[in-house]
Design a protein around this ligand. Structure first.
Ligand code: GLC
Length: 423
């Protein structure tokens, strides 16, 4: 069975390959997505290292002059997807059509994996080319998504967090005035069962936020000052903190001492910022609405990512581990994207409950690195069991294990391949 699934995973990556870049899945997501491509590179690295580096290089074709790396590189329009290049209106920033928001910066960590798996002259050369570009992107994040140097990373759009419809965003999204929303037609629900997708409340606000960015020509200063949605995310903060640590090691590998110094400063700041997201009331790290000054009191899979960031003080370890224990009592498969004890939990609706292979990979990596191998192993076993039971779906119901969302999903295939290669 394992060999068959591995073959299937190879063929999913090959068939979602559009000639140097990979789409997440046919139909629903017909372009190149940022963090999807990072995971895809991890998967390709297990059987075609050259193609793995190519995935990363093609993603950077979308990088803007200011370092920003978009969440979607469109290349061309496709009427089956909304909102497309016209809605984003980024033409004055880059020759290739892209979106105007970014996504979780997992790339430096994945490149470190790729490089350390096979250190050769040719991969060192690739590293020399790519590291300065990633540095520029991290610099964009620190400067524009943490303009007051708090150390935590705020976001202008739920899509930027990669965890689109988390209940944590519901209250901050109430601030988005949709009275002048231009009419639009959703395309996603033509591809996937509506019960597994974000709802109209979310979508109206997603589209309005895209238009806000477009109308201010994606001016980072205006966005930080006035974007109606401006929320510090534990996920982005942890992923960037970990990526800064890995990038620092890579800069040292290529002897870029000047870049390494900046990274040390960002890491110190990131640790401070993450600490600010701790919420004593719920004994966990939670998001913080910078507009209202309020912490969310909800827990989600991101709550566990501080291990991945390498930054959980010993007195907080038990609390985080016991959240996972509690969730496993409610759900057969971990880790649910949102707290199953909360009334807003929805086992099949995207980021309001389902398990995602990529989140499991990040959480498991972090737990393993910090010495909690039992937890890490359990999460990996759950991920393998979900894929064996339901195939390479976009995500999975944590209670029943049924597959949800899109089929033949690239990043689920990629995680499978990486997990097999690590055995
Ligand atoms: C959805 C997910 C996001 C992912 C994208 C493409 O928007 O929430 O994390 O990158 O689909 O798979």
């Amino acid at each position: 069975m394992t060999t068959d699934l591995t073959k299937e995973a190879h063929s999913i990556l090959r068939s979602n390959d559009r000639g140097g870049y990979t789409i997440p899945t046919k139909g629903l997501y017909p372009f190149q997505w940022n963090w999807d491509s990072a995971f895809v590179a991890l998967g390709f690295a297990t059987f075609d290292e050259g193609r793995a580096w190519q995935e990363i290089e093609s993603l950077f074709e979308g990088q803007w002059e200011n370092g920003f790396l978009p969440h979607i590189v469109f290349r061309k329009d496709d009427p089956t997807y909304f909102p497309g290049p016209k809605e984003w209106g980024t033409a004055r920033h880059h020759w290739m059509p892209t979106s105007g928001i970014s996504q979780p910066p997992v790339l430096a960590t994945i490149i470190r994996n790729l490089y350390e798996r096979n250190k050769t002259d040719s991969s060192l050369l690739k590293l020399r080319q790519i590291v300065p570009k990633i540095f520029k992107w991290h610099n964009w994040y620190h400067k524009n998504r943490d303009p007051h140097a708090k150390g935590f990373i705020a976001t202008a759009h739920p899509w930027e967090t990669g965890r689109d419809n988390l209940p944590d965003w519901d209250e901050p999204l109430n601030n988005v005035d949709i009275s002048d929303l231009e009419p639009y037609v959703r395309r996603d629900i033509a591809h996937v069962n509506q019960e597994m997708r974000p709802q109209k409340f979310d979508y109206d606000r997603y589209v309005r936020l895209v238009h806000f960015g477009r109308d201010c020509s994606w001016n980072d200063h205006t966005i930080a000052q006035q974007n109606p949605f401006w929320v510090a995310d534990v996920g982005l903060t942890c992923i960037l903190l970990r990526a800064d640590r890995d990038l620092k090691i890579l800069t040292e590998e290529i002897g870029a001492v000047d870049l390494s110094k900046h990274l040390s400063a960002w890491i110190d700041k990131g640790e401070e910022g993450l600490d600010r997201l701790w919420h004593d009331g719920v004994l966990g790290y939670t998001s913080f609405d910078c507009r209202s000054g309020r912490h969310s009191n909800m827990l989600n899979a991101g709550t566990i990512l501080p291990f991945y960031a390498g930054c959980v003080p010993s007195q907080r370890v038990d609390a985080l581990l016991s959240h996972m224990e509690r969730w496993w009592k409610r759900c057969r498969f971990g880790i649910p994207s949102f707290d199953p004890d909360h009334t807003l939990f929805d086992s099949i609706r995207y980021w309001r409950g389902p398990v995602w292979a990529v989140m499991n990979w990040l959480i498991a990596r972090g737990l393993e690195d910090e010495g909690y191998e039992d937890y890490s192993k359990r999460i990996i076993d759950n991920t393998v069991a979900l894929i064996e039971g339901a195939g390479f779906r976009e995500n999975f119901c944590p209670a029943t294990g049924i597959g949800c969302g899109g089929h033949d999903f690239s990043w689920t295939a990629a995680i499978w391949l990486d997990l097999q290669a690590r055995k």
